[in-house]
Write a protein that binds this ligand. Structure first.
Ligand SMILES: Cc1cc2nc3c(=O)[nH]c(=O)nc-3n(C[C@H](O)[C@H](O)[C@H](O)COP(=O)(O)OP(=O)(O)OC[C@H]3O[C@@H](n4cnc5c(N)ncnc54)[C@H](O)[C@@H]3O)c2cc1C
Length: 593
């Protein structure tokens, strides 16, 4: 059985080219007792200590927020990514994933926790000098110091490297920091900031800046949601930063920013999965007790469809998240490294940056779907504040905006894959050519495999071919100019996300069958529905992309090839969603945990 430290491991994006065995992927069903224990610790902390105080946090009681971060520190939740030598608990990335999932039950505190643990502790761990780590990590890990991450500015959000904050070098090697950051989580009360500024005009650089040196906070933003997390501007007027507080090197700020985002996007995906679990439980319980026309609303097909689909989408993101965490852990384990330095983790997250962007986009969009349907199932009660559904809906909207908007992440997904292909690191170009030859030749006999989810595995091969075909045509049609064709890139991203999600869900369901899970049939229902619908979504995106790229006979030939590849027979999704919904209502929550 694979563990999260398996050694034979696909490289980042390689699933685009080849299939994987179900026993080679990490799934939630393969969590160890240690993982489950820390998940339980995080869940109990949130349920017992955070959720009851949410209203107080929403009144901007930042002393309470600080106390709760401290409490997280006492429980070891802040130091999951930090080796024991620096006061952390040094656990694997599957552990980071389960902690993030549980933290999401309180989205506001999750944001506070994330800005502190993922955006301050992680960059310090990965890029800090020994002296910086010794100075700041213990206090951050105990929650004595609270961290924040200042990258965005009013004029540069997505275009983060366009920052105008300046760090002017002084004769003694120190810097004078001037400028303003916007929308900074924990901005109202953090003590230590990772700030990005241009040194001497153009060298984008990360600096560790203490509040006591003169950092001023703007007023709290009036946000749509996350009212229990602080979001402010930060103002720097001649703030003196000592030379030794450069994080990494002068001019290397982009490396810090982008690598931290790879981690953070993955963890944001995990938070979305955790948020979806909570909402599914709310819907299940409400649907079981709310009666209309003399029956619980859970008995209506329209409601069963919603609950079933909430489960299906959550299953898919969960499957791809655990698969990615397993890949990252396996890559770290296979890389010789000193346990006290973060270089192997850094390299692993750089390698799986496409998967991290997919986790962010797919996770935030699945969560939005789930929370929207959660409101709908609650009817009028979903629209008023007496029920938590309304708060979740507002809180979650920002997930599609921060950590790189979903548009930026969608551009990155094909962009990073194509860059690797052009460098010869990913065999995308030869695979697309081989597929072209195959499609011009006589049809091959379909496989006669009739094992578990054999039709779905065949469908996934079709998805893979469609993805390769669309990538191949896009690269051929536009060459270097493909970056100007954002609409086509968005379609490529969507197809790629569907492929990775569908394959991850199917492999997990097969693994559940092989493990003789008592819920194996439900796993199969979730995977089958996802694959069924992914086929329609992929085909629609591919048709739009092809229509934009070619016309006339070429378009007709490409569409014929698409039809030949995408032969996916519909299943009875109504029956499958009903089974999933009934199991969810019976359990009072997500049935596949
Ligand atoms: C609650 C909250 C907390 C936050 N916390 C932090 C934090 O702790 N630290 C921090 O540094 N920042 C933080 N942010 C800022 C956040 O990261 C930015 O808002 C985000 O990166 C988007 O930048 P922007 O708002 O300037 O939007 P813009 O970049 O102006 O984007 C506007 C729209 O244009 C699109 N767009 C932009 N560029 C392109 C392009 N090249 N191609 C296609 N479409 C494009 C975007 O996708 C978006 O739809 C936070 C924001 C919020 C709301």
């Amino acid at each position: 059985m694979p563990t999260s430290t398996e050694t034979t491991v696909l490289r980042g994006g390689e699933w685009l080219l080849q299939s994987t065995d179900a026993d080679a992927v990490f799934t939630p069903e393969r969590l160890t007792d240690e993982h489950r224990l820390i998940a339980q610790t995080a869940q109990e902390f949130v349920e017992a200590e955070v959720l009851p105080k949410l209203d107080q946090l929403e009144q901007k009681d930042w002393a309470l927020a600080r106390e709760l971060v401290k409490r997280g520190g006492e429980l070891g939740l802040l130091g999951v990514d930090v080796p024991e030598a620096y006061g952390g608990v040094g656990l694997d990335k599957v552990t980071s994933l389960v902690v993030s999932e549980k933290m999401a039950r309180s989205a506001s505190f999750g944001a506070t926790f994330g800005a502190h643990a993922n955006l301050t502790i992680v960059p310090l761990m990965l890029f800090g000098s020994e002296a910086q780590k010794q100075k700041y990590l213990p206090k951050l890990l105990s929650g004595e110091l609270i961290g924040a991450y200042g990258l965005s500015e009013s004029g540069s959000g997505s275009d983060a490297l366009g920052a105008r904050t300046k760090a002017t070098r002084q004769a003694d090697g120190s810097f004078l920091l001037n400028g303003e950051k916007m929308w900074i989580t924990n901005g109202g009360f953090a003590d230590l900031f990772v700030i990005f500024a241009k040194v001497d005009g153009d060298q984008f650089t990360a600096l560790l800046v203490e509040r006591g040196w003169g950092v001023k906070s703007g007023k709290e933003e009036h946000k749509m949601g996350l009212h229990g997390s602080s979001t402010t501007a930060l103002i720097f007027q001649d703030v003196k930063v000592p030379a030794e507080n450069v994080l990494s090197d002068v001019g290397k700020g982009h490396k810090v920013a982008f690598n931290v985002l790879n981690f953070a996007r993955f963890k944001l995906g995990a938070m979305c999965s955790g948020g979806a679990h909570g909402a599914i439980a709310e819907s299940a319980k409400y649907a079981a007790t709310r009666r209309q026309f003399g029956q619980p609303i859970a008995s209506f097909g329209a409601i069963k469809h919603k609950i079933g689909e909430m489960v299906v989408r959550t299953y898919a993101i969960e499957s791809l998240l655990y698969r990615t965490a397993g890949l990252v852990d396996a890559r770290i384990a296979a890389t010789p490294h000193d346990a006290n330095d973060g270089s192997a983790a850094l390299a692993a997250f750089e390698e799986y940056n496409v998967e991290a962007s997919i986790a962010k986009v797919a996770g935030s969009e699945a969560l939005n779907y789930v929370l929207d349907e959660n409101i709908q199932i609650h009817g009028g009660n979903g629209y008023v504040r007496d029920y938590p559904a309304e708060r979740h809906y507002r809180d979650a909207r920002v997930n599609r905006i921060f950590e790189g908007t979903n548009e930026i992440n969608r551009l990155l997904i094909p962009g990073m894959l194509i860059r690797r292909a052009v460098k010869g690191e990913l065999g995308l170009i030869p695979a697309a050519k081989a597929l072209q030859d195959e499609l011009l030749g006589p049809p091959s006999m379909p496989s006669t495999d009739d094992g578990v989810l054999a039709d779905e595995r065949r469908a996934i091969e079709a998805f893979r071919k469609t993805t390769l075909m669309t990538f191949g045509l896009a690269m051929q049609t536009y060459g270097q100019k493909l970056t100007d064709e954002q609409e086509v890139l968005m379609h490529l991203a969507d197809i790629t996300i569907e492929l990775f999600s569908a394959e991850s869900a199917t492999l997990r369901a097969i693994a559940a069958s092989e493990q003789k899970s008592p819920r194996a049939a439900l796993h199969q229902d979730a995977a089958r529905v996802f694959v069924n619908d992914a086929a329609m979504r992929i085909e629609a995106s591919a048709r739009q992309a092809l229509g934009a790229m070619v016309d006339g006979d070429t378009l007709r030939t490409m569409l014929a090839a698409l039809r030949r590849v995408m032969k996916v027979t519909p299943i009875n999704t109504v029956a499958a969603r009903r089974r999933l919904a009934d199991a969810t209502v019976e359990r009072g929550g997500y049935p596949l945990a």
